[in-house]
Write a protein that binds this ligand. Structure first.
Ligand SMILES: [Zn+2]
Length: 172
């Protein structure tokens, strides 16, 4: 089932999400809903707080080019356990901040530990777009958005646009 995505500014997007104790059938169903919502948007990552669920759960699939084999990933309690000194700058966007993009610099490679949909412990090192995306999604679990990396003026400008967008959406 497709869920609706919260648009910034929303207090739920600023909250820290709670760790998941066990992967239940209900949480697996939630992860499936999040993947469906993400692909439909379309996007390459989605965190549970973006649909108003305050659990530490993210989904992502950065194989976004035509002809790529999809690689849907579900991560419960993801955490970055190592980051490269090397940095990478990507133009980021966010499904909760539609049609706004800005350069963000982050570690180029990160090693992430998480629990998969079967409750198994996993660890993998990501590079390129995957590294950026997984860090962006984990930030959501800390109540942090990519615009928090920008200069205050730029951040305020984007926030004002979103307030206006939400007002228009509420009217229609
Ligand atoms: Zn986002």
């Amino acid at each position: 089932m497709k869920r609706s995505i919260l648009i910034h500014p929303d207090p739920r997007l600023k909250k820290v999400a709670a760790p998941v104790a066990d992967v239940s059938d209900a949480l697996r169903a939630l992860a499936d809903d999040m993947l469906e919502t993400m692909y439909d948007a379309p996007g390459i990552g989605l965190a549970a707080p973006q649909i108003g669920i305050m659990d530490r759960l993210i989904v992502l699939d950065c194989e976004k080019n035509e002809g790529d084999t999809p690689r849907p990933m579900v991560m419960f309690n993801p955490e970055v356990v190592a980051s490269s000194d090397e940095q990478n700058t990507y133009e980021e966007g966010c499904l909760s901040i539609p049609e706004q993009y800005a350069d963000v610099t982050r570690p180029a490679d990160v090693t992430v530990r998480w629990m998969d949909r079967d409750g198994e412990a996993c660890e993998e090192t990501f590079g390129g777009l995957w590294a950026t995306c997984v860090q962006h999604e984990i930030d959501h679990l800390e109540g942090k958005l990519f615009i928090d990396y920008l200069r205050p003026l730029k951040r305020q400008l984007i926030t004002r646009k979103m307030v206006k967008l939400k007002r228009e959406m509420a009217r229609s």
